[in-house]
Design a protein around this ligand. Sequence first.
Ligand SMILES: C[S@@+](CC[C@H](N)C(=O)[O-])C[C@H]1O[C@@H](n2cnc3c(N)ncnc32)[C@H](O)[C@@H]1O
Length: 246
Amino acid sequence: MGCDTLKAYDIPERVRTYDIDMDVMHPLRHKMIEIVLDILPFNQEAALKVMDLGAGTGIFSARVLERFPNSNVTAIDGAAAMIDIAADRLGPMADRIHWVIADFRQLPAETLAADSYDLVISSYALHHLSADEKLALLKQVVGALKPGGWFLNADIAIAEDESIEKHLQQLRIEGVMSRATAGDERFVSAESTRTYLTEMELAENAQPQTAATDLEIIREAGLPAAEIFWKELREVVAGGPKLTSS
Ligand SMILES: C[S@@+](CC[C@H](N)C(=O)[O-])C[C@H]1O[C@@H](n2cnc3c(N)ncnc32)[C@H](O)[C@@H]1O
């Protein structure tokens, strides 16, 4: 892939409505973030060192900082326009955030110091990578996790079976149309909604894998205990701990 994904997210006027659009297109995002927070075995007072891969407008980083008031987050994203919105959202907690504008495929070495993170999180970002790119990134992530540290990813997945995928896409379109604001021309009909989503996915170079493939990638990257903790239609929360013996 080229830098198409980052170009698509680095347009201020396009990403201005990002969070509103996400609530129309991915209302489960909030639930998935809370599921990740509930899975984590850490004491709420722990001084966690956290990495957020594809922090975007900062929704996940903000919830981690709230849940773990002594934590710090390294928020990584390749699109400065998204980070600008995140900086606004996180204003009062800004001193606990270290922003890094970088491509996942070329992360600066200083963000990947060995055994340095308690937690690496990501939401709706890693499906922009190919399977090989995801594996390469996650191997680096595992190296940067402390033994006992966790990686958890909230993202979309495709179905194994083509007819089921078609059905899920139909449900997706119906859901988007039912949540869209009246008069939003993108979502006035099933046809316009399908066209909008297809063009958006092309522009962002979306390339989701099946949940099983993603789990395999996470395990192969060095987290053999990884699990799918939650799945609903096209959305998945998966990951696991870095075993102390690995
Ligand atoms: C759909 S947004 C998700 C943002 C946020 N995590 C959320 O849940 O709303 C995907 C984010 O991943 C970032 N991203 C995608 N591919 C990337 C890459 N190769 N390197 C760095 N950031 C990337 C985009 O810039 C964008 O901010």
